[in-house]
Design a protein around this ligand. Sequence first.
Ligand SMILES: *[C@@H]1O[C@H](CO)[C@@H](O)[C@H](O)[C@H]1NC(C)=O
Ligand SMILES: *[C@@H]1O[C@H](CO)[C@@H](O)[C@H](O)[C@H]1NC(C)=O
Ligand SMILES: *[C@@H]1O[C@H](CO)[C@@H](O)[C@H](O)[C@H]1NC(C)=O
Length: 121
Amino acid sequence: MAALWNRRKAFLLLVNATVANTKLGLKNTTFVDVRNATMFAAGHIPGAMSIPFNYVRQSINLGKPKAPSTTKDILCYETTTEKAVTACTYYHTSGKYKNVTLWVLTGGFPAWRAAGLKVEV
Ligand SMILES: *[C@@H]1O[C@H](CO)[C@@H](O)[C@H](O)[C@H]1NC(C)=O
Ligand SMILES: *[C@@H]1O[C@H](CO)[C@@H](O)[C@H](O)[C@H]1NC(C)=O
Ligand SMILES: *[C@@H]1O[C@H](CO)[C@@H](O)[C@H](O)[C@H]1NC(C)=O
């Protein structure tokens, strides 16, 4: 599946939880949690912004909720890989994030949890 997405959407790259955790440590990637607010409140990747999927385009266009920086890489995650890919694609198609790399966490938050990585509540 990774190869398919990479072939069709080269602007967007899939990473596993271990690699995502490395990016978290470098502090120059904005983590965007596109699950709903209830899911975010129950536990999320430390420092992640909460921008529920249905608000991603509004966030980019109107700044409500606040959009992630256009000068830092973005890592999108959801419960599924597919939905995060769609969300991250909105950043790409907006044209405002042309200079950054868009990453998607494969397997979403469940994969992060399964890897035993730090969760913030
Ligand atoms: C939030 O998402 C979860 C998982 O998809 C779903 O079960 C729940 O009903 C959603 N809650 C709201 C308030 O949308
Ligand atoms: C983030 O930091 C790493 C390590 O310093 C660097 O290789 C990478 O290019 C940086 N990415 C951005 C978008 O600044
Ligand atoms: C990308 O970077 C170039 C060179 O720094 C800059 O001129 C341009 O405005 C940037 N584009 C976006 C969409 O941020």
